[in-house]
Design a protein around this ligand. Structure first.
Ligand code: ADP
Ligand code: MG
Ligand code: MG
Ligand code: MG
Ligand code: MG
Ligand code: MG
Length: 656
């Protein structure tokens, strides 16, 4: 997660009086960060991944799986003495709090050196070490960490251990108890302030999978409870918030309580960071489709395979006016924004696909290579005051637009003790805005300390954020390594991957569809070594990754890079390991082996307790989770079933 300040978080009605102060000072901080670090050059290609786990309580007597919400004290033990994990694995291990009380985030403690072949081979061992440490730390030995993207029974009955009822004041959810939320005050406040600013609970509606006995679109979802506890909010579902034919969810936890895989990479300088960011803009939706792992929400099979739009809706603090939607009965068009706030229409949630390229533009403002203004072809509203200020400080128009777009958002949580900051040294106000713009990519600028001579502090980084988490460390390592090697290959070979960003948005939508990894086509630029206009074709993931007549393919690009860079190594085992990752990506994208989502969906519809009504019962969830657990342990038969005969055999040999 982003910053975790200590202190007293302000209620929205107080907090909203300080939004402009946070933006003004966050902007000063940003300007000083750029002043310090713009001339930095030749930073090494470092990288690191982030993995999010769910702690699951397994009860073999009553055949149930619950989210374990009383193991979170482990984070204090792990954080207290991070050094004790120094020898756990190369690059150490570091643990971080996440939104869910049942969640743990883990990263390498220091980033990997991307110039070394070793780093790509070591990351999986590092991931294994992280998991082992968590297994060692749980108090209740029937609790296991699993890399589940979305927990199938989240929001159905009593789904936590110990049991907790949905009646909390932070979320006011009909489904999720506040006891699932991280105990740190930032998280319940974030949850409550999103609802307060918006003026109603968030309303997430994703398409329900229609099976032969599924309720029809004209029938009410009888599983939505009627309650009279929070006046004005308990009836929202029946006043239009819950849409027919959908799985309705009303709380931040449904999204932020899911798990993902992210990678952050450091570019040599700001110019190359912008180019790398732009190059990954259209890679992002492809990685979402390839890693799809979330076909079940609130106990129902969804007619989609990923978590992305669920999180997008889960933190959507826009008022009805900003969303260009009528307010629910009795609610204000302006939510609870300040009466004098100058609201504008905002097409997207603060969690969504990026709205513009950064331009491969020189620090001096010169066009560098491939970018054309008309690639930024979607509406991307800006904060005019921020834009003018940045322009007057010498930011080129595209970069100024990027930050001015982030600054259309209000900070959601402000800590009373942290209102006054030293803008020469601190970055919290900037981070407050930056880290609550949850987009498919994040452009991470360095701090004021990152002067050109100080390479001990991070430089210009780009984060790829859409990937879903996979069950095995092997897959998570493979996806992280592939993304990072692709970035390396891009920085070395300088392909031109630009397409109009409206097409990237379409790709993002396609990535949600059931079996998108085999059944959808994605817009892809095929003339990637030309400066001129984009030739865009619609291709399957199999064609994009493995190559086709008109397009060389991302895997061959990576493979050539690996052979050129590391081919002469004596560490043949490490090289072979990377080739196995590439083989896996190749098989998955070609549809030779199932996506996690397809595997889960197939398990559910084939289960004897499944009644063709789209309901995923406790028993199905138990059996499914046991199966996925076995997969995570590289159980012989399950590995063969999931990865197929050939790759399955490779994995069994290398993981036992
Ligand atoms: P956030 O949650 O804000 O994305 P984290 O600190 O959790 O950030 O982790 C981001 C990842 O970035 C970690 O894997 C970390 O190892 C990695 N990282 C840290 N420093 C650098 C750097 N200089 N260059 C690239 N990656 C880095
Ligand atoms: Mg995280
Ligand atoms: Mg993190
Ligand atoms: Mg994070
Ligand atoms: Mg317990
Ligand atoms: Mg991150």
């Amino acid at each position: 997660m982003g910053l975790l300040s200590l202190g007293t978080p302000l209620h929205w009605l107080e907090s909203r009086n300080h939004c402009e102060h946070v933006r003004d000072n966050g902007l000063e901080q940003l300007i000083k960060m750029f002043e310090a670090a713009s001339a930095r050059s030749d930073d090494p290609f470092l990288w690191g991944d982030e993995i999010e786990y769910m702690l699951l309580k397994v009860n073999d007597k009553d055949h149930s799986i619950k989210l374990a919400i009383d193991e979170d004290d482990m984070l204090e033990r792990l954080a207290e003495d991070g050094v004790s994990y120094r020898k756990a694995a190369d690059n150490d291990v570091s643990f971080h709090p996440e939104y869910g009380r049942y969640m743990i985030e883990a990263t390498p403690a220091t980033p990997y050196d991307g110039a070394s072949l070793k780093s790509y081979a070591y990351v999986e061992r590092n991931m294994e070490a992280r998991r082992k440490i968590v297994v060692g730390e749980v108090k209740d030995k029937s609790v296991v960490p699993m890399t589940y993207t979305s927990f199938p029974r989240m929001g159905v009955g009593l789904f936590t251990d110990p049991p907790a009822k949905a009646n909390g004041a932070a979320s006011m959810s009909l489904f999720l108890p506040d006891e699932i939320i991280n105990r740190h005050v930032r998280f319940p406040t974030l949850t409550a302030n999103i609802r307060r600013r918006r003026g109603s609970k968030v309303a997430i509606n994703i398409p329900l999978f229609k099976d032969s006995k599924t309720r029809s679109d004209s029938e009410v979802d009888l599983t939505i409870p009627h309650r009279q506890l929070y006046a004005g909010h308990d009836d929202e579902a029946f006043q239009g918030a819950a849409q027919p034919g959908s799985i309705y969810m009303d709380s931040m936890g449904f999204g932020m309580g899911s798990s993902c895989l992210q990678v952050t990479m450091q570019a040599p300088d700001v110019r190359r960071a912008r180019y790398l960011y732009d190059s990954l803009v259209n890679i992002a939706p492809l990685t979402l489709a390839l890693t799809a792992a979330a076909p079940i929400f609130r106990g129902f099979l969804a007619d989609q395979d990923v978590r992305w739009n669920v999180i997008s809706g889960a933190v959507d603090d826009r008022t009805p006016f900003e969303r260009s939607e009528p307010p629910l009965p009795g609610h204000s068009e302006r939510g609870n924004t300040r009466p004098d706030a100058n609201l504008q229409r905002i097409p997207k949630s603060r969690y969504d696909s990026v709205d513009q390229y950064l331009g491969d533009i020189d620090v001096s403002g010169e066009h560098y290579g491939f970018f054309k203004e008309d690639y930024n072809d979607i509406e991307s509203p800006i904060n005019d005051k921020v834009y003018s200020k940045l322009q007057s400080q010498g930011f080129d128009p595209i970069l100024a637009h990027h930050f001015a777009h982030l600054y259309i958002r209000d900070p959601i949580v402000i800590f009373n003790e942290r209102i006054d900051q030293n803008n020469d040294e601190e970055t919290d106000h900037f981070e407050n805005i930056q880290s609550t713009n949850w987009q498919s990519l994040r452009f991470k600028p360095p701090t004021q300390k990152a002067t050109p001579d100080n390479h001990s502090t991070p430089g210009w980084r780009v984060e790829l954020r859409p990937m879903e988490i996979s069950i095995t460390d092997f897959e998570n390592a493979a996806f992280a390594v592939f993304a990072v090697l692709l970035a390396s290959a891009i920085l070395k070979n300088n392909p031109n991957l630009y397409i109009p960003i409206s097409l990237v948005d379409e790709n993002m939508k396609s990535a949600h569809r059931v079996n998108a990894y085999t059944e959808q086509k994605f817009h892809m630029r095929t003339n990637i070594f030309e400066k001129g206009s984009a030739i865009v074709e619609e291709l399957t993931l199999g064609q994009i990754f493995n190559g086709t007549d008109s397009f060389a393919g991302l895997i061959p690009l990576v493979e050539t890079f690996v052979d050129d860079t590391f081919g002469k190594t004596e560490n043949v085992d490490e090289l072979a390991q990377i080739k196995t990752y590439l083989k896996f990506i190749s098989f998955r994208s070609a549809g030779k082996i199932p996506s996690t989502a397809a595997f889960i969906r197939n398990f559910v519809v084939s289960h004897e307790d499944y009644k063709h009504d789209s309901v995923v019962s406790d028993l199905i969830t138990y059996d499914l989770t046991k199966k996925l657990y076995l997969l995570g342990q590289y159980d012989h038969d399950t590995v063969k079933e999931f990865f197929g005969e050939e790759l399955g055999q490779d994995l069994i040999e290398s993981h036992h």
